[in-house]
Design a binder for this molecule. Sequence first.
Ligand SMILES: *[C@@H]1O[C@H](CO)[C@@H](O)[C@H](O)[C@H]1NC(C)=O
Ligand SMILES: *[C@@H]1O[C@H](CO)[C@@H](O)[C@H](O)[C@H]1NC(C)=O
Ligand SMILES: *[C@@H]1O[C@H](CO)[C@@H](O)[C@H](O)[C@H]1NC(C)=O
Ligand SMILES: *[C@@H]1O[C@H](CO)[C@@H](O)[C@H](O)[C@H]1NC(C)=O
Ligand SMILES: *[C@@H]1O[C@H](CO)[C@@H](O)[C@H](O)[C@H]1NC(C)=O
Ligand SMILES: *[C@@H]1O[C@H](CO)[C@@H](O)[C@H](O)[C@H]1NC(C)=O
Ligand SMILES: *[C@@H]1O[C@H](CO)[C@@H](O)[C@H](O)[C@H]1NC(C)=O
Length: 510
Amino acid sequence: MQPILLMILILGSTLFHISTARKNVLFILADDMRPEIAALRDNDSPSQMHDKMYTPHLDAFTEHSAVFRRAYVQQAICGPSRASFMTGRRPDTTRVYNLQDYFRRVGGNFSTIPQYFKERGYRTLGMGKIFHSGQSAGGNNDAPSWSSDETFFHSPSRRGYWNPIKKEHSWYSINTTLEREHPIGDQEVTDHAISVLQRLAPKAISGEENFFMAVGFYLPHLPFIFPERFLQYYPISDIKQPSNPYAPLNMPDYAWHSNGELLNGYGDIKSLNISGAPNTTWPSQLVLDLRRAYYASISYVDSLFGQIMTELDNLGLRNDTIVMFGSDHGWQLYEHTAWCKHTNFELATRTPLMFRAPGLTDQGIMSDHLVEYVDIYSTLVELADLPAAPLCPENPAAIQECTEGTSLVPIMKNSSLPGKPRVFMQYPRYRQFGRVMGYSMRTDKYRYTEWVRFNETGFGPDWTAQEAVELYDHTNDQEENVNRANDAEYASIVEQLKGHLHEGWRPVAN
Ligand SMILES: *[C@@H]1O[C@H](CO)[C@@H](O)[C@H](O)[C@H]1NC(C)=O
Ligand SMILES: *[C@@H]1O[C@H](CO)[C@@H](O)[C@H](O)[C@H]1NC(C)=O
Ligand SMILES: *[C@@H]1O[C@H](CO)[C@@H](O)[C@H](O)[C@H]1NC(C)=O
Ligand SMILES: *[C@@H]1O[C@H](CO)[C@@H](O)[C@H](O)[C@H]1NC(C)=O
Ligand SMILES: *[C@@H]1O[C@H](CO)[C@@H](O)[C@H](O)[C@H]1NC(C)=O
Ligand SMILES: *[C@@H]1O[C@H](CO)[C@@H](O)[C@H](O)[C@H]1NC(C)=O
Ligand SMILES: *[C@@H]1O[C@H](CO)[C@@H](O)[C@H](O)[C@H]1NC(C)=O
């Protein structure tokens, strides 16, 4: 900064008590977390949400945050979703559709959210699960995102837990003895976050250096391993079977995935030799146990989130720090007889998203606007008063700084603004003849999906080669149990939605 400008700023702030301090950013992600937060329940919540969640810290956080109850990711699997929202670009631009590809290699050398802050003077650092790890993050946790004198932190127990338990158990509640001998990875990430906040606080408070700190929990990803004290909030008698343990009527085969992550990953499930086909009946007690363990894992994440929030308060950083909480996608808990993510259904694509921005969201804002994870990039940039990144043009592979999302700050400031009329997500399936992509769109009332051949040259849909279509009417079928795409009475709706899907996101990016 120019000395003269600095002087004017200092003078301005002392004379007129204007706070010129830049805000820090604390960017917190859970993994595989659908919006199972007690304070998020309302009439429009997916009906399958548990009605007795124990999430006191996230509940308290919502009271001073902008909460987006209808937030959707762009692809319901970890690596592609994270590559998309971290770069503010959609999967057909990052070209990351799987867990191996690295956006800088297959899409372009795009700036990420932390990188954008780093290049504007922030100290940026990360810990836990932020990008999908390994080669899909360049083998170095995407080094350009982080300040070069910071080391990316992974918990010593790495993904979740101690191997002998993690490999054999899809879920496990551990006692305090075991927890002491083998700490849970997310607690290690939390302890690290707290010590780093203590280190960064003095310079952040004096205004010498702001931080962008990314904290990624591994839970409630499988295996559901949590301290057993969290089971007390979930007596087994409170746990229900899903209301729709069957695949949708007229569901095309493309919409289905085979539950492989759960079926093949853990000894206790493997030994049961359960089929991955739709409408497979799972042992009833196992369904209840897994649902309960998922909820308990969320309560555990809630408690760790609370530890970090408490430290932020204790260090006096709260008023100077923007806090975001989100996840990479939702999860299916045997609804439709599906588990995990890997689909375009509501439960897989919808996930929590909230921002606590001091001075803007202090009174709490509950928004039912349709929003997308690709919007996070420009939202954080605007909340921090950094210069906005422009909207990407067509074919933005060579442009380092641009975004395919829209800042949510205007709808935080004025909830009467309409926001986007529709949001977009996609999921690929592989067949012998090649790749088929399910392009899906959520409007206020409908979910509409076309499964089409993928144009491997243009990295986009070939709308002329349609394989299957789905339409779910959320007015009378919130659970997406009946595919109406071929119902005569929906023909004109299908026509209209088809037009909007084929136009894509660009006409509604305001
Ligand atoms: C990608 O961008 C980073 C940050 O701007 C730069 O340091 C690096 O050299 C670029 N890599 C390539 C291959 O262009
Ligand atoms: C704690 O759990 C371990 C592993 O399940 C078990 O071997 C041990 O007996 C338990 N200890 C107590 C005090 O319950
Ligand atoms: C699954 O069961 C539902 C409800 O009985 C039925 O409507 C649907 O056609 C079945 N789907 C498949 C793929 O078997
Ligand atoms: C697993 O189930 C399939 C049928 O679903 C059966 O063919 C196979 O023999 C079973 N394998 C074992 C090890 O039980
Ligand atoms: C933080 O901001 C709130 C609301 O503006 C104010 O009441 C509180 O005193 C501030 N706390 C500190 C530590 O500055
Ligand atoms: C909020 O948005 C509505 C709808 O566009 C508009 O009519 C109204 O004037 C806006 N309010 C403010 C305070 O800008
Ligand atoms: C596939 O993409 C290429 C390159 O963008 C384009 O020239 C071609 O027209 C596309 N084909 C179809 C069927 O959309």
